[in-house]
Design a protein around this ligand. Structure first.
Ligand SMILES: [Zn+2]
Length: 631
């Protein structure tokens, strides 16, 4: 059996037990392993051998899991976690030290989870690979309560275990620590020897036990109050987590609930499939949709008063028919998207000055904010509107739908169901004598034409667009058959933006760019002098993701004569981009991202994968000077 080495993970043995298993099972070849060893030796802060093999594409996570499930590996739990890359060698050492010092001989797994060295889910996953027991998700109705006549509830509560169901002649028993032999012995006294083990998290066992206790004398399936309670607590949990969307998806065997947090989907919980009809009926009642309709897509709106959080939540509901039933998505419109001061949206000092004084405060013309869905453009749009909002200005909006209500302006939510269409609203909007018009989105020739015409007649128009970058916004307008001279004479600025995840400050560590990072960014080490990149290791505060919150990355193009001329002459997007960078002080999304990465706010990995890499970025020193960023 392996002993614990004292070196850092980089130096841990190349040929661990799992690597040998992959070789033995012919999942990787010796030649691939040699190559991976060479690659790994060239990296300054290398990952584990397994992670390197996965990165190189020699083994997929599925194949790895399959191999681990089919073969018991004879290795200590701690070493196994380190080799899988779930735990750092240094943390293991510390935990083992704590274990030998503690008088009560706490179990290693318990120490690792309690100290936040590993997420319980990851630990259970590894145990499941190592021991070959299935990992199960407990839900209240999936438990066969007749088994409690054999293993009494009080014993289950004491041992924190649950008999789940009969499988042929076996009884499936859920435990959170399958290595605890005394616990298994005690349960066998009641259940006999025909017990098969399944692993479940402590929390899910405790929750299921509580539910079993509550319902001790009640019928199994939930009455209407329970369903209402479930939906309400789901919404409260979403508010608590700061989720932007709740997804309730029917799968083959269960109803899966996921939250979108900081733009990324996270599994939240599962419900038993049996309650799907009641759940969707109740949501349809709340959303004032047609409860009899089960075969067509529908949408609706829910206003939910959260007593726990003391807020009124506005949810946009979409019901979509899938082959397994109705998938329900609820978007939380006003959850934590509070109105931001324009100075807080995340623009660098010089860019912000440029934006406010040469774009937002200019009395006429079109301002375009562009980016994909979830890039934060609505937030930026609202902060501009808020900045312009005063008693001497008349502001009117056409939005689909209104996402934040601002005092003192006239906001209209498009509702085509009752005939309030975008076209109809735009026709009426200019007759309302506005100074500032906000169009939620330019989506076709008609809305583009309306925006341009309103600007030509002396209005200020704020709108959003769906393009990759700022130059793309201009090109898209041309492609909508808007005359080049109309674009050059009305568009004041185009802002492109993205939201990248903020590295968790609680667990961030220095990160040194690899040669691969540098080549993908098209920069040299000299270009990055003064940079302090970071990476999030993962901790309790960030749910072990290494990220917490988000950071806006911007590309601001304020139109000048040279750029206008380039548009008039219908130059290529490459030329327009080059002229904008050279003459207008424009910093590209990639460049702004690099500056923010160099301060340790966002990860190099997200900069490389999420921002358009359209040319060689300038040096960090030069970019900091242009943006007025002092380090
Ligand atoms: Zn963290």
């Amino acid at each position: 059996m392996d002993t614990h080495s004292t070196e850092d993970p980089a130096a841990s043995p190349v040929k661990g037990t799992i690597v040998n298993l992959l070789l033995k099972e012919n999942i990787i070849t010796a030649k691939q392993l040699d190559y991976a060893v060479r690659v790994r030796s060239k990296i300054i802060s290398p990952k584990t051998m397994i992670a390197t093999l996965v990165d190189l594409g020699y083994v997929t996570l599925d194949a790895l899991q399959e191999a681990l499930r089919n073969n018991r590996v004879n290795i200590r739990l701690g070493d196994f976690l380190v080799e899988l890359g779930y735990l750092r060698e240094a943390d293991l050492k510390q935990a083992l030290g704590m274990q030998s010092e503690s008088k009560s001989k706490q179990r290693l797994g318990e120490i690792l989870v309690d100290r936040g060295f590993i997420e319980e889910r990851k630990l259970l996953e590894a145990l499941s690979y190592q021991l070959g027991y299935p990992l199960i998700e407990l839900t209240f109705v999936s438990i066969d309560r007749t088994l409690l006549s054999i293993l009494p509830l009080t014993i289950c509560q004491e041992l924190e275990i649950i008999p789940v169901r009969r499988e042929d002649s076996m009884i499936l028993l859920a435990v959170s620590d399958p290595l605890d032999q005394s616990l298994l012995d005690r349960s066998r006294k009641y259940l006999g020897d025909n017990v098969s083990i399944a692993i479940a998290s402590k929390e899910s066992i405790r929750n299921a036990l509580k539910a079993l206790e509550r319902s001790a004398n009640q019928p199994v399936l939930s009455d209407e109050n329970t369903i209402i309670g479930m939906i309400n607590s789901l919404m409260d949990e979403a508010i608590q987590d700061g989720a932007s969307d709740i997804h309730i998806e029917p799968l083959k065997d269960r109803l899966r609930v996921r939250f979108r947090l900081d733009g990324v989907m996270h599994h939240h919980k599962d419900f038993p499939k049996e309650i799907a009809p009641q759940l969707s009926t109740r949501i349809k009642v709340m959303a004032q949709s047609d409860i009899a309709e089960k075969r067509r897509h529908q949408d609706g709106r829910i206003l939910y008063k959260s007593h726990i959080h003391g807020i009124d939540l506005d949810l946009r509901v979409s019901i979509f028919i899938t082959i397994f039933g109705e998938k329900i998505v609820m978007r939380l419109l006003n959850n934590k998207t509070s109105l931001l001061d324009i100075k807080e949206i995340g623009m660098a000092p010089r860019m912000l000055d440029h934006f406010i004084y040469e774009a937002v405060e200019v009395p006429t013309g079109v301002m375009i904010i562009t980016g994909p869905t979830g890039s934060g453009k609505t937030c930026t749009l609202y902060s501009c509107v808020n900045y312009l909002n005063n008693v001497n200005t008349s502001i009117i909006t056409a939005e689909d739908p209104v996402e934040i209500v601002i005092d003192g302006i006239s906001q209209c939510s498009i509702n085509s169901k009752i005939g309030v269409t975008f076209e109809e609203t735009l026709r009426h909007i200019v007759r309302q004598d506005p100074d500032v018009i906000v169009l939620g989105e330019i989506r076709d020739h008609f809305s583009a034409e309306t925006a341009i015409q309103a600007a030509l007649t002396g209005h200020k128009v704020l709108t959003t667009f769906h393009t990759e970058d700022s130059i793309g916004g201009l090109i898209r307008l041309m492609n909508m058959e808007i005359e080049a001279f109309l674009i050059s004479s009305t568009v004041v600025c185009v802002v492109a933006q993205r939201l990248l995840r903020r590295i968790c400050p609680e667990c961030s560590e220095p990160y040194i760019p690899t040669p691969l990072d540098l080549s993908r960014l098209n920069v040299t080490v000299n270009d990055l002098v003064g940079a302090e990149f970071k990476i999030g290791r993962g901790c309790k505060a960030c749910r072990f993701t290494g990220y917490n919150g988000r950071v806006g990355v911007f590309e601001l193009l304020v139109m000048n004569e040279m750029v206008k001329n380039a548009i008039l002459n219908k130059r290529s997007s490459y030329d327009i981009r080059k002229i904008s960078i050279e003459t207008s002080g424009m910093v590209t999304l990639l460049e702004d991202g690099l500056v923010k990465g160099a301060r340790g706010e966002i990860s190099l990995n997200e900069i490389i994968t999420d921002l358009p890499r359209l040319g060689k970025p300038r040096s960090l020193a030069e970019l900091r000077r242009i943006l007025g960023v002092i380090e």
